[in-house]
Design a protein around this ligand. Structure first.
Ligand SMILES: NC(=O)c1ccc[n+]([C@@H]2O[C@H](COP(=O)([O-])OP(=O)(O)OC[C@H]3O[C@@H](n4cnc5c(N)ncnc54)[C@H](O)[C@@H]3O)[C@@H](O)[C@H]2O)c1
Length: 320
Protein backbone atom coordinates (compact mmCIF):
# COMPACT_ATOMS: atom_id res chain seq x y z
CA UNK A 1 0.00 0.00 0.00
CA UNK A 2 1.33 3.42 -0.95
CA UNK A 3 0.50 7.02 -0.11
CA UNK A 4 -0.18 8.88 -3.34
CA UNK A 5 -0.17 12.68 -3.56
CA UNK A 6 -2.85 13.25 -6.20
CA UNK A 7 -3.39 16.69 -7.74
CA UNK A 8 -6.60 17.49 -9.62
CA UNK A 9 -8.46 14.79 -7.70
CA UNK A 10 -11.78 16.59 -8.11
CA UNK A 11 -11.25 16.65 -11.86
CA UNK A 12 -12.63 14.29 -14.45
CA UNK A 13 -9.66 11.94 -14.74
CA UNK A 14 -8.37 12.55 -11.19
CA UNK A 15 -11.59 11.49 -9.49
CA UNK A 16 -11.56 8.13 -11.28
CA UNK A 17 -7.89 7.67 -10.40
CA UNK A 18 -8.71 8.42 -6.73
CA UNK A 19 -11.53 5.87 -6.77
CA UNK A 20 -9.27 3.15 -8.18
CA UNK A 21 -6.41 3.90 -5.76
CA UNK A 22 -8.71 3.89 -2.73
CA UNK A 23 -10.39 0.72 -4.00
CA UNK A 24 -7.11 -1.17 -3.92
CA UNK A 25 -6.14 0.12 -0.47
CA UNK A 26 -3.78 2.99 -1.25
CA UNK A 27 -3.92 6.23 0.72
CA UNK A 28 -4.77 9.34 -1.31
CA UNK A 29 -3.67 12.84 -0.34
CA UNK A 30 -5.64 14.97 -2.76
CA UNK A 31 -5.06 18.59 -3.74
CA UNK A 32 -7.55 20.53 -5.84
CA UNK A 33 -8.41 24.23 -5.86
CA UNK A 34 -12.00 23.72 -7.11
CA UNK A 35 -11.65 26.66 -9.49
CA UNK A 36 -14.66 27.73 -11.52
CA UNK A 37 -13.32 26.99 -15.04
CA UNK A 38 -16.43 24.83 -15.22
CA UNK A 39 -19.37 23.91 -12.97
CA UNK A 40 -17.90 23.49 -9.46
CA UNK A 41 -20.85 21.36 -8.29
CA UNK A 42 -19.63 18.66 -10.68
CA UNK A 43 -16.21 18.73 -8.98
CA UNK A 44 -17.84 18.57 -5.54
CA UNK A 45 -20.01 15.63 -6.65
CA UNK A 46 -16.98 13.74 -7.93
CA UNK A 47 -15.14 13.81 -4.56
CA UNK A 48 -18.20 13.46 -2.35
CA UNK A 49 -18.09 9.60 -2.35
CA UNK A 50 -14.55 9.63 -0.90
CA UNK A 51 -15.00 12.21 1.85
CA UNK A 52 -15.85 9.59 4.53
CA UNK A 53 -13.01 7.28 3.52
CA UNK A 54 -10.28 7.41 6.21
CA UNK A 55 -7.66 6.83 3.50
CA UNK A 56 -8.67 10.03 1.68
CA UNK A 57 -7.51 13.49 2.72
CA UNK A 58 -8.63 16.50 0.72
CA UNK A 59 -6.77 19.80 0.60
CA UNK A 60 -8.54 22.67 -1.15
CA UNK A 61 -5.30 24.29 -2.16
CA UNK A 62 -3.66 25.80 -5.21
CA UNK A 63 -0.56 24.09 -6.62
CA UNK A 64 0.87 27.57 -7.29
CA UNK A 65 1.18 27.99 -3.51
CA UNK A 66 4.59 26.39 -2.85
CA UNK A 67 4.43 26.96 0.92
CA UNK A 68 1.09 25.14 1.11
CA UNK A 69 2.43 22.25 -0.99
CA UNK A 70 5.50 21.94 1.24
CA UNK A 71 3.29 21.85 4.34
CA UNK A 72 1.29 18.95 2.91
CA UNK A 73 4.43 17.04 1.93
CA UNK A 74 5.83 17.61 5.42
CA UNK A 75 2.66 16.31 7.06
CA UNK A 76 2.28 13.07 5.09
CA UNK A 77 4.86 10.47 4.14
CA UNK A 78 4.32 10.65 0.38
CA UNK A 79 5.52 7.66 -1.68
CA UNK A 80 4.50 8.82 -5.14
CA UNK A 81 2.98 11.83 -6.91
CA UNK A 82 0.27 11.63 -9.55
CA UNK A 83 -0.02 15.16 -10.91
CA UNK A 84 -3.17 15.71 -12.97
CA UNK A 85 -4.13 19.27 -11.92
CA UNK A 86 -3.88 21.77 -14.75
CA UNK A 87 -5.65 24.42 -16.64
CA UNK A 88 -6.85 22.31 -19.54
CA UNK A 89 -8.40 23.45 -22.78
CA UNK A 90 -6.87 24.83 -25.95
CA UNK A 91 -9.28 27.68 -26.62
CA UNK A 92 -9.31 29.05 -23.06
CA UNK A 93 -5.50 29.08 -23.06
CA UNK A 94 -5.45 31.51 -25.99
CA UNK A 95 -7.62 33.91 -23.97
CA UNK A 96 -5.53 33.69 -20.79
CA UNK A 97 -2.02 32.36 -21.50
CA UNK A 98 -0.50 33.72 -18.27
CA UNK A 99 -2.90 31.70 -16.15
CA UNK A 100 -1.85 28.61 -18.10
CA UNK A 101 1.88 29.17 -17.64
CA UNK A 102 1.42 29.96 -13.93
CA UNK A 103 -0.64 26.87 -13.13
CA UNK A 104 0.77 24.37 -15.58
CA UNK A 105 4.44 25.31 -15.62
CA UNK A 106 5.05 27.01 -12.24
CA UNK A 107 2.60 24.70 -10.46
CA UNK A 108 4.31 21.60 -11.87
CA UNK A 109 7.74 22.95 -10.95
CA UNK A 110 6.51 23.54 -7.37
CA UNK A 111 5.56 19.87 -7.11
CA UNK A 112 8.88 18.70 -8.54
CA UNK A 113 10.60 20.93 -6.00
CA UNK A 114 8.60 19.23 -3.24
CA UNK A 115 9.69 15.84 -4.62
CA UNK A 116 13.31 16.98 -4.49
CA UNK A 117 13.06 18.43 -0.97
CA UNK A 118 11.07 15.52 0.51
CA UNK A 119 12.93 12.80 -1.41
CA UNK A 120 9.92 11.50 -3.34
CA UNK A 121 11.23 9.46 -6.27
CA UNK A 122 8.17 8.75 -8.41
CA UNK A 123 6.30 11.45 -10.34
CA UNK A 124 3.52 10.74 -12.85
CA UNK A 125 2.15 13.73 -14.72
CA UNK A 126 -0.46 14.50 -17.37
CA UNK A 127 0.68 15.75 -20.73
CA UNK A 128 -1.46 15.85 -23.86
CA UNK A 129 -1.80 14.87 -27.51
CA UNK A 130 -2.00 18.64 -28.17
CA UNK A 131 1.81 18.77 -28.03
CA UNK A 132 1.84 17.15 -31.49
CA UNK A 133 0.30 20.32 -32.99
CA UNK A 134 0.04 20.03 -36.74
CA UNK A 135 2.17 16.89 -36.88
CA UNK A 136 1.73 15.45 -40.36
CA UNK A 137 2.99 11.97 -39.55
CA UNK A 138 0.19 9.61 -38.53
CA UNK A 139 0.00 7.95 -36.05
CA UNK A 140 1.69 10.32 -33.58
CA UNK A 141 4.73 8.72 -31.97
CA UNK A 142 6.64 9.83 -28.89
CA UNK A 143 9.73 10.05 -31.13
CA UNK A 144 8.14 12.69 -33.39
CA UNK A 145 9.52 16.22 -32.87
CA UNK A 146 7.11 18.37 -30.87
CA UNK A 147 8.89 21.70 -30.98
CA UNK A 148 6.11 23.64 -32.69
CA UNK A 149 3.12 23.81 -30.34
CA UNK A 150 0.19 25.83 -31.73
CA UNK A 151 -1.55 26.84 -28.50
CA UNK A 152 -0.38 28.13 -25.11
CA UNK A 153 -1.91 25.03 -23.52
CA UNK A 154 0.21 22.71 -25.69
CA UNK A 155 3.32 24.83 -25.05
CA UNK A 156 2.84 24.63 -21.26
CA UNK A 157 2.45 20.85 -21.39
CA UNK A 158 5.58 20.47 -23.50
CA UNK A 159 7.34 22.71 -20.96
CA UNK A 160 6.32 20.35 -18.14
CA UNK A 161 7.83 17.44 -20.05
CA UNK A 162 11.12 19.37 -20.23
CA UNK A 163 11.23 20.48 -16.61
CA UNK A 164 10.37 16.91 -15.50
CA UNK A 165 13.28 15.63 -17.56
CA UNK A 166 15.60 18.06 -15.79
CA UNK A 167 14.47 16.90 -12.33
CA UNK A 168 14.72 13.28 -13.36
CA UNK A 169 18.26 13.79 -14.65
CA UNK A 170 19.53 15.88 -11.74
CA UNK A 171 17.79 14.26 -8.78
CA UNK A 172 16.98 10.73 -9.94
CA UNK A 173 13.23 11.26 -9.76
CA UNK A 174 11.33 8.74 -11.87
CA UNK A 175 9.15 10.91 -14.14
CA UNK A 176 6.49 9.50 -16.43
CA UNK A 177 4.57 11.96 -18.63
CA UNK A 178 1.37 10.60 -20.12
CA UNK A 179 0.09 12.18 -23.33
CA UNK A 180 -3.65 11.64 -23.06
CA UNK A 181 -5.71 11.64 -26.27
CA UNK A 182 -9.22 13.21 -26.00
CA UNK A 183 -10.62 11.50 -22.93
CA UNK A 184 -14.39 11.03 -22.62
CA UNK A 185 -16.86 9.23 -20.38
CA UNK A 186 -19.26 9.71 -17.44
CA UNK A 187 -18.54 12.69 -15.15
CA UNK A 188 -16.54 14.24 -18.00
CA UNK A 189 -15.62 17.85 -18.58
CA UNK A 190 -18.45 20.19 -19.62
CA UNK A 191 -16.12 22.13 -21.95
CA UNK A 192 -15.36 19.07 -24.07
CA UNK A 193 -17.07 17.78 -27.22
CA UNK A 194 -19.22 14.95 -25.80
CA UNK A 195 -20.72 17.24 -23.17
CA UNK A 196 -21.16 20.27 -25.46
CA UNK A 197 -22.90 18.16 -28.10
CA UNK A 198 -25.15 16.40 -25.57
CA UNK A 199 -26.12 19.75 -24.01
CA UNK A 200 -26.92 21.27 -27.41
CA UNK A 201 -28.95 18.28 -28.55
CA UNK A 202 -30.92 18.10 -25.28
CA UNK A 203 -31.57 21.86 -25.13
CA UNK A 204 -32.35 22.16 -28.83
CA UNK A 205 -29.60 24.74 -29.33
CA UNK A 206 -27.14 24.70 -32.23
CA UNK A 207 -23.91 22.75 -31.79
CA UNK A 208 -20.80 24.16 -33.41
CA UNK A 209 -19.09 21.69 -35.72
CA UNK A 210 -15.60 22.98 -36.40
CA UNK A 211 -13.67 22.65 -39.66
CA UNK A 212 -17.05 21.86 -41.26
CA UNK A 213 -16.95 18.43 -39.67
CA UNK A 214 -13.61 17.48 -41.22
CA UNK A 215 -12.09 16.51 -37.91
CA UNK A 216 -10.95 13.18 -36.54
CA UNK A 217 -10.14 12.41 -32.95
CA UNK A 218 -8.60 9.49 -31.17
CA UNK A 219 -11.32 9.43 -28.48
CA UNK A 220 -10.14 7.43 -25.46
CA UNK A 221 -12.47 6.09 -22.80
CA UNK A 222 -11.90 7.09 -19.18
CA UNK A 223 -11.53 3.51 -17.83
CA UNK A 224 -8.71 2.82 -20.29
CA UNK A 225 -6.94 6.06 -19.33
CA UNK A 226 -7.23 5.28 -15.61
CA UNK A 227 -5.79 1.83 -16.23
CA UNK A 228 -2.80 3.49 -17.94
CA UNK A 229 -2.33 5.94 -15.05
CA UNK A 230 -2.40 3.14 -12.46
CA UNK A 231 0.10 1.08 -14.47
CA UNK A 232 2.40 4.14 -14.55
CA UNK A 233 2.06 4.62 -10.79
CA UNK A 234 3.17 1.00 -10.40
CA UNK A 235 6.00 1.15 -12.99
CA UNK A 236 8.92 1.22 -10.58
CA UNK A 237 11.53 0.20 -13.14
CA UNK A 238 11.25 3.22 -15.48
CA UNK A 239 13.38 6.37 -15.28
CA UNK A 240 12.07 9.18 -17.51
CA UNK A 241 9.46 8.33 -20.12
CA UNK A 242 6.88 10.14 -22.21
CA UNK A 243 4.08 7.77 -23.18
CA UNK A 244 1.01 8.15 -25.42
CA UNK A 245 -2.27 6.92 -23.99
CA UNK A 246 -4.81 6.89 -26.81
CA UNK A 247 -7.32 4.49 -28.26
CA UNK A 248 -5.24 4.35 -31.47
CA UNK A 249 -8.41 4.40 -33.54
CA UNK A 250 -9.61 7.70 -34.97
CA UNK A 251 -13.28 8.57 -35.21
CA UNK A 252 -14.77 11.21 -37.49
CA UNK A 253 -16.40 14.08 -35.60
CA UNK A 254 -19.61 13.53 -37.57
CA UNK A 255 -19.71 9.87 -36.48
CA UNK A 256 -19.15 10.95 -32.88
CA UNK A 257 -22.12 13.33 -33.13
CA UNK A 258 -24.30 10.61 -34.71
CA UNK A 259 -23.58 8.28 -31.78
CA UNK A 260 -24.64 10.96 -29.29
CA UNK A 261 -27.77 11.73 -31.35
CA UNK A 262 -28.65 8.03 -31.37
CA UNK A 263 -28.08 7.73 -27.62
CA UNK A 264 -30.29 10.72 -26.85
CA UNK A 265 -32.87 9.85 -29.52
CA UNK A 266 -32.73 13.41 -30.90
CA UNK A 267 -31.19 15.11 -33.91
CA UNK A 268 -28.59 17.84 -33.52
CA UNK A 269 -28.99 21.29 -34.99
CA UNK A 270 -25.50 21.63 -36.50
CA UNK A 271 -23.77 24.90 -37.20
CA UNK A 272 -20.77 24.20 -39.44
CA UNK A 273 -17.86 26.52 -38.62
CA UNK A 274 -14.24 27.21 -39.57
CA UNK A 275 -11.38 25.51 -37.78
CA UNK A 276 -10.66 27.19 -34.43
CA UNK A 277 -7.24 28.76 -33.83
CA UNK A 278 -4.99 26.35 -31.92
CA UNK A 279 -7.02 23.31 -32.99
CA UNK A 280 -5.76 20.39 -35.08
CA UNK A 281 -7.69 18.41 -37.72
CA UNK A 282 -6.65 14.93 -36.62
CA UNK A 283 -5.16 13.04 -33.69
CA UNK A 284 -4.07 9.42 -33.73
CA UNK A 285 -1.88 7.73 -31.12
CA UNK A 286 0.86 5.24 -31.77
CA UNK A 287 0.60 3.16 -28.60
CA UNK A 288 3.38 0.64 -29.11
CA UNK A 289 5.41 2.28 -26.33
CA UNK A 290 2.54 2.05 -23.82
CA UNK A 291 2.03 -1.57 -24.80
CA UNK A 292 5.74 -2.34 -24.42
CA UNK A 293 6.53 -0.41 -21.21
CA UNK A 294 3.23 -0.62 -19.35
CA UNK A 295 1.54 -3.66 -20.91
CA UNK A 296 -1.32 -1.24 -21.59
CA UNK A 297 -4.07 -1.88 -24.11
CA UNK A 298 -7.30 0.14 -24.49
CA UNK A 299 -10.42 -2.00 -24.65
CA UNK A 300 -13.42 0.32 -24.99
CA UNK A 301 -15.00 0.81 -28.40
CA UNK A 302 -16.47 4.25 -29.07
CA UNK A 303 -20.05 2.87 -29.32
CA UNK A 304 -19.83 1.34 -25.82
CA UNK A 305 -18.08 4.38 -24.34
CA UNK A 306 -20.67 6.81 -25.68
CA UNK A 307 -23.41 4.54 -24.36
CA UNK A 308 -21.91 4.75 -20.84
CA UNK A 309 -21.54 8.54 -21.15
CA UNK A 310 -25.16 9.00 -22.28
CA UNK A 311 -26.45 6.74 -19.49
CA UNK A 312 -24.71 8.90 -16.91
CA UNK A 313 -25.67 12.17 -18.62
CA UNK A 314 -29.37 11.32 -18.84
CA UNK A 315 -29.88 9.36 -15.61
CA UNK A 316 -27.53 11.08 -13.18
CA UNK A 317 -26.26 14.42 -14.46
CA UNK A 318 -29.43 15.93 -15.90
CA UNK A 319 -31.43 14.87 -12.83
CA UNK A 320 -29.05 16.20 -10.19
N1 LIG B 1 -9.59 15.22 -20.59
C1 LIG B 1 -8.79 15.12 -21.64
O1 LIG B 1 -9.21 14.79 -22.76
C2 LIG B 1 -7.32 15.41 -21.51
C3 LIG B 1 -6.51 15.26 -22.65
C4 LIG B 1 -5.15 15.54 -22.54
C5 LIG B 1 -4.59 15.90 -21.34
N2 LIG B 1 -5.40 16.07 -20.25
C6 LIG B 1 -4.76 16.48 -18.99
O2 LIG B 1 -5.18 15.59 -17.97
C7 LIG B 1 -5.28 16.26 -16.72
C8 LIG B 1 -6.66 16.07 -16.12
O3 LIG B 1 -7.60 16.56 -17.06
P1 LIG B 1 -9.17 16.52 -16.80
O4 LIG B 1 -9.84 16.36 -18.10
O5 LIG B 1 -9.47 15.61 -15.67
O6 LIG B 1 -9.38 18.05 -16.36
P2 LIG B 1 -10.21 18.68 -15.14
O7 LIG B 1 -10.21 20.15 -15.37
O8 LIG B 1 -11.51 17.99 -14.98
O9 LIG B 1 -9.29 18.33 -13.88
C9 LIG B 1 -8.23 19.16 -13.46
C10 LIG B 1 -8.43 19.46 -11.99
O10 LIG B 1 -7.32 20.25 -11.57
C11 LIG B 1 -7.80 21.24 -10.70
N3 LIG B 1 -6.89 22.39 -10.76
C12 LIG B 1 -6.70 23.26 -11.80
N4 LIG B 1 -5.83 24.21 -11.45
C13 LIG B 1 -5.43 23.93 -10.18
C14 LIG B 1 -4.54 24.58 -9.28
N5 LIG B 1 -3.90 25.70 -9.60
N6 LIG B 1 -4.36 24.02 -8.06
C15 LIG B 1 -5.01 22.90 -7.70
N7 LIG B 1 -5.89 22.27 -8.52
C16 LIG B 1 -6.10 22.78 -9.74
C17 LIG B 1 -9.18 21.61 -11.21
O11 LIG B 1 -10.00 22.19 -10.22
C18 LIG B 1 -9.69 20.26 -11.70
O12 LIG B 1 -10.49 19.62 -10.71
C19 LIG B 1 -4.92 17.73 -17.01
O13 LIG B 1 -3.56 17.91 -16.71
C20 LIG B 1 -5.16 17.86 -18.50
O14 LIG B 1 -4.37 18.88 -19.07
C21 LIG B 1 -6.74 15.83 -20.31
Amino acid sequence: MSTIFLTGGAGFIGSFVAEKLLGRGDTVVCVDDFNDYYDVTLKEARVEPFTHNPNFTLYRKDIRDLAAMKEIFAKHRIDKVCHLAARAGVRASIKDPLLYTEVNVDGTTNLLECCRIFNVKHFIFASTSSVYGNNKKIPFSEDDPVDHPISPYAATKKATELIAHTYSHLFGIRCIGLRFFTVYGPKGRPDMAAFLFADGIMNGTAIQVFNHGNMERDFTYIDDIVDGVLRSIDADELRYEIINLGNSHTVKLTTFIELIERGLGKTANKEFCEMQPGDVPKTHADITKAQRLLGWQPHTKIEKGIEHFIQWYVNEYKRS
